[in-house]
Design a protein around this ligand. Structure first.
Ligand SMILES: NC(=O)c1ccc[n+]([C@@H]2O[C@H](COP(=O)([O-])OP(=O)(O)OC[C@H]3O[C@@H](n4cnc5c(N)ncnc54)[C@H](OP(=O)(O)O)[C@@H]3O)[C@@H](O)[C@H]2O)c1
Length: 313
């Protein structure tokens, strides 16, 4: 358990086309999530995908159905904890009795300036960590019913930052990308710990790095979101992003969901055949357990007991 099972995932084993499996993709109507919706439906999943704009969602729903797949758009705004809980209720009402085979916590975000959500949580930590963890806890019974797994969308940027207590207490805000990297690092470290604690429930917790691409998120960013030494690279990186197909970004999640053995946890998968040794992932169980325990104060009183009781020791 916790091994890098993806090492064996890049082989020529046939894809499991999962005829009756269900997956929920947050931020699944555009960008990398939009491609995930298409690719997972092609792999045989019934994809429930989330976004705010219904016209965009309906158009993608039609596109998947035209290709012979099954996708259901579920409207929801995941920018607050109540929004996450409302979405969980909507999804629960739609799922078949066998439950949810996979939750892809794809939605993330980079804030251009320090700000908090309506719940009083720093926005970037909320969108990349608090809301994904809350959604997973709310849907845990459905995941357990199907012996499912959570896939947390990650980023290579978490390798470039360190996470200190000052970051968790919200006393440090240098630039959007660095805060984003720290929030993703917390989600990797704490996510590994949650996955280990959920092993006895039969629910795995994995990580997919999508590489990079041009999406609504990256198109909205400016050089000011990067530290000064990274601003010189902004234009070349944007050019490279424009050349990378979204299918490539979706491939890490697709590989995880079609080839990771059930009941495994803690796989960190990159797009393509690249293998990242476990020592380089950034896992740190002690930091993850401490960060997770610290984070409980970010959850609203109505959700904190659930999150604490399901993810705690
Ligand atoms: N793009 C990259 O180069 C890159 C690199 C590394 C990691 N990642 C990670 O990959 C994931 C996806 O990235 P992305 O660039 O594709 O993101 P994105 O462009 O922000 O994703 C857009 C999708 O999110 C939905 N969305 C946005 N805000 C929402 C909200 N408040 N509630 C519900 N849905 C919302 C949009 O639909 P509506 O507008 O209709 O709501 C749309 O479906 C993120 O976790 C990101 O950190 C991306």
């Amino acid at each position: 358990m916790g091994r890098l099972v993806e090492y064996s995932l890049g082989g020529k084993a046939p894809l499991n086309r999962s005829p009756s499996r269900t997956v929920l993709v947050t931020g699944g109507s555009a960008g990398i999530g939009g491609q995930l919706t298409l690719s997972l439906a092609q792999a045989g999943y019934h994809v429930y995908f989330v976004g705010r704009q219904s016209d965009r969602g309906r158009a993608l729903e039609d596109r998947v159905q035209d290709q012979g797949g099954r996708a259901t758009f579920v409207a929801g705004d995941l920018s607050s904890q109540h929004g996450v809980a409302q979405l969980a209720d909507r999804v629960r009402a739609l799922l078949p009795p066998r439950g949810l085979d996979a939750l892809v916590n794809n939605l993330g975000g980079v804030a251009p300036a320090p700000r908090t959500t309506s719940d009083g949580v720093e926005t970037t930590f909320a969108s990349n960590f608090v809301h994904p963890v809350l959604l997973a806890c709310l849907l845990l019974p459905e995941l357990q019913a199907a012996q499912g797994r959570v896939v947390q969308m990650s980023t290579g940027y978490h390798h470039l930052v360190r996470l200190t207590r000052a970051d968790l207490t919200g006393r440090r805000w240098d630039c959007g990308m660095n805060v984003y990297g720290r929030a993703k690092l917390l989600s990797v470290q704490a996510g590994e710990v949650i996955g280990l604690r959920w092993r006895n429930r039969g629910v795995g917790w994995h990580f997919a790095d999508p590489g990079m691409a041009q999406t609504p998120l990256t198109r909205s960013m400016t050089p000011r979101d990067f530290p000064w030494y990274g601003r010189f690279l902004f234009s070349p990186v944007r050019h490279v992003q424009g050349c990378i197909p979204l299918e490539w970004c979706a491939s890490s999640t697709l590989r995880l969901l079609t080839r990771t053995p059930p009941r495994d946890t803690g796989a960190y998968v990159l797009p393509g055949p690249v293998v990242l040794p476990r020592a380089l992932v950034g896992f740190d169980r002690r930091a993850g357990a401490n960060g997770l325990a610290f984070s409980y104060r970010w959850f609203l009183p109505e959700y904190r007991p659930l999150v604490e009781s399901t993810t705690g020791e």
